[in-house]
Design a protein around this ligand. Sequence first.
Ligand code: 5AD
Ligand code: SF4
Length: 481
Amino acid sequence: MKTNIINSPKVIQERKRLDKNNVFKEFVLDESYKNLGKDKTYYLYTYGCQGNESDSEKIRGLLEEMSFTITYDLSKADLILMNTCAIRKNAEDKVFGELGRLKQLKRKNPNLIIGLSGCMAQEESVINKLLTKYQNVDFIFGTHNIDSLPKILYNTMSNIERYVDVLSYEGDIVENIPIVRESNIKAWVPIMYGCDEFCTYCIVPYTRGKERSRLKENIIKEVEGLIKEGYKEITLLGQNVNAYGKDFVGFKYDFGDLLNDLSKLGIERIRFTTNNPKDFDDKQIEAIKNSSNIMPSIHLPVQSGSNKVLHKMNRKYTKEEFISLVDKIYKEIPNVSITTDIIVGFPSETEEDFKETLDLFKRCNFEGAYTFIFSKREGTPAYSYIDESITEEVQYDRLYRLNELVNEGYKRGNLRFKDKIVKVLIEGTSKNQPDTLMGYTENNKLVNIKGDSKYIGKIVNVKIVDAKTWSLDGEIIDDQN
Ligand code: 5AD
Ligand code: SF4
């Protein structure tokens, strides 16, 4: 089979930041693609972060505009698309494992089309591996050109050729891509793409490109539309939402401004993720403090409690600066819950450094954390950091000890609400118990409640009767909604 490489990613180019202004475009679907998926079904895998979930909602939107219908039965799909994540090696291993299994399906159904997108598609080494060892993948596109999916799919389906179209440089900001959202209660709203931080362990600046912010008018229009459709909650997305607007040329408008403007639109709940401590400023803290619809729940990744390790990670803040930010947030927003991300086993991390991380966790009263063992990512500076003292045993031992503390943090965070009355946005029924409703409090705590399905999609007052490590149990106390 012929392989048509339109564009292929190069790490050297991905590292570069072109000094060009953002280009804003409106998506229009070419008429000739509208019936391409008639009588055809698609199955979509989504791996990774909320950014990828949001991208998948656009992929669904594009496919359904092209008349494809979703299927949840892999064996019935005419098109299988994998929207992948590259953040850690195990995320990639999962995808390669699944692609291996798909070879069988393709053998049974040679007309099956398999596509791969997302962060793995941006990796030079992954493309090389796919081209040589995974002949079952028919087309590949990256994170910068989701809007090209119709064209790539059309070319793949009409020419029976493999297509690779992955841009190394950040694409334009394309508005108006159709979206099929997973929920009709909560919505993702990307406010910016890419990342300019270059933490030494992280692949995101390479896979997602330069930091570029959406214009405020487009974000506001999207949120107004969501309010009209009855959405109760939005989560603003970006790799570093605190840096929103820093790329604007000729005018000033930042994340604090955006929070203030969005809060005035009157959506019931606003959340945002993820934050970078170095760009979290007083205006943003004020906005959260003064707006009852901006939720008091902040995810503030610290990564390590040792200044030496933070420096090697290129995090651009010290432990002391981080603590003073956390203290300020607690002082200004007294009811807030703060969670974090931590990496253990980063090269050069000694037992003493790790103990500083444990101390920092206690000092900051975190109410939860995502914890990770350092994973080497090709193309990043830390790929070549070598530290033989950190064996797998040391890594797992540190992760285990940290997680003990993190679990206590979850429990402590939940216990705060025992016997209190809290507002819960009811999202649906619990996975394991269909007679139990589930939802989240303003502080983002999961609550299980016995109750009628008429409450789904509503914000109700709930009395917390029990606090466990991972969830709360509650009883609905008012019927006003
Ligand atoms: N290894 C382990 N964890 C990582 N993260 C990012 N890159 C790596 C890596 N190479 C973690 C960070 C980040 C979260 C999204 O993933 O903690 O905040
Ligand atoms: Fe994974 Fe990062 Fe890409 Fe999200 S942005 S899919 S976490 S590599």
